[in-house]
Design a protein around this ligand. Sequence first.
Ligand code: PLP
Length: 494
Amino acid sequence: MENGKMGLKPMESEQLREYGHRMVDFIADYYKSVDTFPVRSQVQPGYLHELLPDSAPEHPESLKDVLHDVERKIIPGITHWQSPRYFGYFPASTSVGGVLGEMLDAGLGVLGFTWLASPVATELEIVVLDWLAKLLSLPPHFLSSNHGNGGGGVIQATACEAVLVVLVAARDKFLRKLGQHQFPNLVVYASDQTHSSFLKACQIGGIRKENCRLLKTDSSTNYALSPDLVQEEISRDVAKGLVPFFICATVGTTSSAAVDPVPDLGRIAKRNGMWLHVDAAYAGNACICPELRKYIDGVEDADSFNMNAHKWLFTGHNCSPLWVKDRRSLIQALNTNPEYLKYKAACSDSVVDYKDWQIPLSRSFRSLKLWMVLRLYGSENLKSYIRNHINLAKHFEELVAQDPLFEVVTPRSFSLVCFRLAPKEEEDEETCNTRNHSLLEAVNSTGKLFLSHTVLSGKTVLRFAVGASLTEEEHVTEAWVAIREEASHLLLAN
Ligand code: PLP
């Protein structure tokens, strides 16, 4: 970049125009060619250190040189999450709308920690989360427009932050009522399939490890939490003088997209005066389709509900809407009021200061992404896209089910298929697991597709998650051919 006579001009409009156009061209070309790269990066650990200088450049370099390095040194280190052949973990779907929203956010450079810091950053978030809440048919008490009810939505960066802030809100609410001396007695409940972020939240939130009940699940409930087991544990804990206060239900678990019975857990939470959080990070997105809304039935009795629009609603990372029934609990747990942030309207309680609904102070203008996606595509198109992904997963599941060498391990939910090479006759689980690990490595090494794995009831399972924006039927069929081919090689070799 030229450092002209007048010194550095880091935000010069004409340069932004010129460089911005070039960068958009670069990104558009990336999406055009993303299918030609090996999906999993083939580099070895530490590869980049060899390629970059030891210290930062003292003098400006040209954008051309930087982009050249991106092509030669950065792209090879990418595992291509946006490849149409990416089926690992859960998706992190992008879209033109999401990228444009992110661009606008970066360009405007706004931090909306209080209403005053940039009124529209707060107000757009409120409106857009009410739109999304209506698309999900969430109960009215979650809507900010029904503020009289005390609820509202906020965009967290991630589901990990969402569960942490609601856990802390619930903890403080209970301790205000029961007294601080009960802190060591607080107990939480979830299934052993619950995302690891829940235990991390408990650890940060000071909940004793021995008071975290991660209840066992198995194939008899398709890895969903048994409400009877939860109630039994609660009764046992109460008898011991402990204080059950929080249930975390998951709709769409990370391993197998299992759905915990939210209505039953809601009743248990209500009966025992507990906080119910619903983590629908991945599957919540699908619930904008009316025929899939049933998976979050019972959310009416939840105290908080979270989904990651950055997983399957095309916003790109990060955008994790969270709704709470009682905003006061959240604010009481997280608010700070330093002199340098005070302003007139805040004292009147007529405005929202999102700094008090989250961990960090600063926050970007994330609602722009969601707003852009909802406006550029419209909810009907988004529903069709999600349905298409689910149909593609169904197609893959049928291919697996028809092949005697393989088995579908647990019935498909949403767009995730859990499958494996079936054990040979009289083969022990360990040998079968080793073969499936070998298959995973062989498949991912081809670069033709990317899968991830999990373990269910001691079985190593391969996960095929559809959700990348560019994925079409041919990619799924070709992925299956590649998996089948690698499996044949493996079986012949053994
Ligand atoms: N909850 C569930 C069910 C998930 O699947 C995930 C991630 O895959 C998370 C929470 C964590 O999401 P994040 O990366 O947004 O914190």
